[in-house]
Design a protein around this ligand. Sequence first.
Ligand SMILES: C[S@@+](CC[C@H](N)C(=O)[O-])C[C@H]1O[C@@H](n2cnc3c(N)ncnc32)[C@H](O)[C@@H]1O
Length: 215
Amino acid sequence: MTEHSEQTDSGAAFWDARYAEHERIWSGDPNTILVRETTDLPPGIALDLGCGEGADAVWLARHGWRVTATDISRVALDRAARHAADAGVAGRIDFQRHDLGESFPAGTFDLVSAHFLHSPGDLLPREEVLRSAAAAVAPGGILLVVGHAGWPSWEHDHDHDVHFPTPDEVYLSLGLPSEQWELQLSEEHERIQTRPDGQPGTRTDNVLKMRRLPT
Ligand SMILES: C[S@@+](CC[C@H](N)C(=O)[O-])C[C@H]1O[C@@H](n2cnc3c(N)ncnc32)[C@H](O)[C@@H]1O
């Protein structure tokens, strides 16, 4: 990867610091939409973009997938690799460090998954990265993009200028030729999320599932 871009340094510094704040920052469980939307797929080769602490990659590997899992944060990747080793699936996951705005894992994949691939400010050219994600889907393969559709219900002190794209906006920004792609799911849903004070709050997410048609 390119080590010298200022944006890469800032992105890596931000996320390394975020992960270093606690021994673990996510639940350790796979994302529910990943489980729901991939359970019926035949296992193949998967790419997990912004894999964080690795729960999705480990779940996929446990279910027969070979996974390339990538993140900008070395702290997150080391943690994810330990999770994979503890789960006995280290041999099925290739962890790669990339700033996805600068470099992208090589190859094509039966599943490309981007769950909550967000970063503050302009640290991540998300639309551009998601277009690279679409280009990395093999014929017959799936692109699954899950993202936040708004701030958590309990966060009132936030930047009101931030625009969270709707599923339609994300889909249109990919510019996928309709004769080569089938849109399988485009939805926005609210879910319960535990607030930092332990009380239940809500968060709205959006989900896009697309299939590249076999050639
Ligand atoms: C909100 S977390 C989601 C982590 C994981 N996918 C999950 O659902 O638990 C966003 C992740 O994207 C990663 N990330 C942010 N910017 C990135 C970039 N430019 N290149 C690669 N990964 C990036 C962060 O390090 C972080 O792990």
